[in-house]
Design a protein around this ligand. Structure first.
Ligand SMILES: Cc1ncc(COP(=O)(O)O)c(C=O)c1O
Length: 418
């Protein structure tokens, strides 16, 4: 098995994914020691539960829950589960409030952008909610206040916003959308919540741009998710959902089970999971502290901007995102007639680099780009090496340079020489 798995890509060179590929040996030890503890068994593993509650407390405060708010939360498999649980709670709150007014509850809708992760579409399909998806435009890859305003109505259960989109790494204008929802509440009485998908941004922005308001400082933000396995610096799979108030989770969605030796409340889609990664998150919090996360995230941002500058100065790429706020660099080719970004991505794979090339969603599918997700393990030296490799690959694809080791047929002997 060990040898067979060597056929996989090298996780260290996997710049396609946000997922953490390395942790400190001490964290590995905590993970090993606790891998067999089921996180749901609160009665058997009470201390593990105490630590989980501490993390929820730390995250609520990191996301600036107001002093008088009684925030709550839960650990999840990842952001996908967290998002589904958040949206389900908002759907229920919407249903309860319309039923109280004896109104129909058969046409819920949810607004989010084409910049959202697939889990948002999954929620709409699995939980039978009409998705009102705001398309991207050639000059706009996020949603906007006006586009939300056009789609919103009394049956909107929630507006989804993204702190670091999957496609370009940009941030939806959360403050402006909050202003819109506050004014709609005042004028029309519709109390529509914002859920912030901070899957990757939730461990970056609070440390590198603490004054940037996207979280519970905005009154319509009722729930936030974050993935530990992205910039929480923990291996997969662990995520979190934080609600601004306990009352944001309708009581009839919480189940109390007694078959584990105690009355355990659960609000989750799955049941059993290992405690290891939750504890690994706590290890990082203690080990790095706020100051440590700030240093790491600042370093990551510097390296991302360094790489972005190199790519921009090469003259070969148009920059879609130069890591101004978030450590993702997205580029498209200035001259895609000569070769495609897919060919470039493929060529880089020969050196071991994994950089995805993809097209944007419907309406902008003619834009093909390549994304580099800069993580903790990606040093400035690695940025230099990657940049050199990108330049060499471009030269080969442009036909300006022969590949050294490409076999050529010898004219006289009929065999391959290199
Ligand atoms: C913005 C965003 N939301 C949600 C997700 C899904 O997160 P998870 O893989 O933790 O379920 C991702 C994953 O890349 C993401 O980037």
């Amino acid at each position: 098995m060990h040898d067979e798995l060597c056929l996989d890509g090298n996780p260290t060179l996997n710049l396609s994914s946000f997922v953490t590929t390395w942790m400190e040996p001490e964290a590995d030890r905590i993970i090993q020691e606790n891998i067999g503890k089921n996180l749901i068994d609160h009665f058997q593993y009470p201390q593990t539960q105490v630590i989980q509650d501490r993390i929820i407390n730390m995250l609520g405060r990191l996301y600036n829950a107001p002093d008088d708010a009684d925030f709550t939360g839960t650990g999840c498999v990842g952001s996908s589960e967290a998002i589904m649980l958040a949206l389900l709670a908002h759907k229920w709150t919407w249903k309860n409030s319309l039923e109280a007014e004896k109104k129909a509850v058969d046409k819920p809708n949810i607004i989010f952008g084409a910049d959202a992760h697939v889990c948002w579409n999954k929620f709409a399909k699995y939980f039978d909610v009409e998705p009102r998806i705001i398309p991207m435009e050639s000059d706009r890859f996020t949603i906007s206040r006006d586009t939300v305003e056009e789609l919103i109505d009394e049956n909107t259960i929630c507006v989804g916003t993204i702190l670091g989109t999957t496609f370009t790494g940009e941030i939806d204008p959360i403050q402006e959308i909050n202003e819109l929802l506050v004014s709609i509440k005042e004028t029309k009485g519709w109390d529509i919540p914002i859920h912030v998908d901070a899957a990757s941004g939730g461990f970056v922005i609070p440390f590198v741009s603490p004054d940037f308001k996207w979280d519970f400082r905005l009154s319509s933000v009722k729930s936030i998710n974050v993935s530990s396995h992205k910039y929480g610096l923990v291996y997969p799979s662990m995520g979190w959902l934080i609600f601004r108030e306990k009352s944001d989770v309708p009581e009839d969605l919480i189940f109390y089970v007694n078959y584990l030796g105690d009355e355990t409340p659960t609000y989750s889609l799955n049941f059993s999971s290992s405690s290891s990664l939750m504890l690994a998150q706590y290890y990082n919090f203690l080990r790095f502290g706020k100051e440590g996360y700030k240093q790491i995230m600042t370093g990551i941002m510097e390296n991302a901007r360094y790489l972005a500058k190199l790519l921009e100065n090469s003259g070969k790429f148009d920059m879609l995102n130069s890591a101004e706020f978030f450590p993702v660099v997205t580029v498209k080719l200035k001259q895609p007639e000569k070769y495609t970004i897919f060919e470039l991505s493929h060529k880089l794979r020969e050196r071991g680099w994994i950089l995805p090339a993809y097209t944007l969603p419907k309406n902008t599918e003619y834009i093909a780009l390549m994304r580099v997700v800069v993580k903790e393990n990606f040093s400035q030296e690695m940025a230099d090496v990657l940049f050199d490799d990108i330049m060499k690959a471009c030269e080969v694809l442009e036909g300006n340079k022969k590949e050294k080791h490409k076999p050529e047929r010898s004219t006289d002997e009929g065999h391959f020489v290199t």
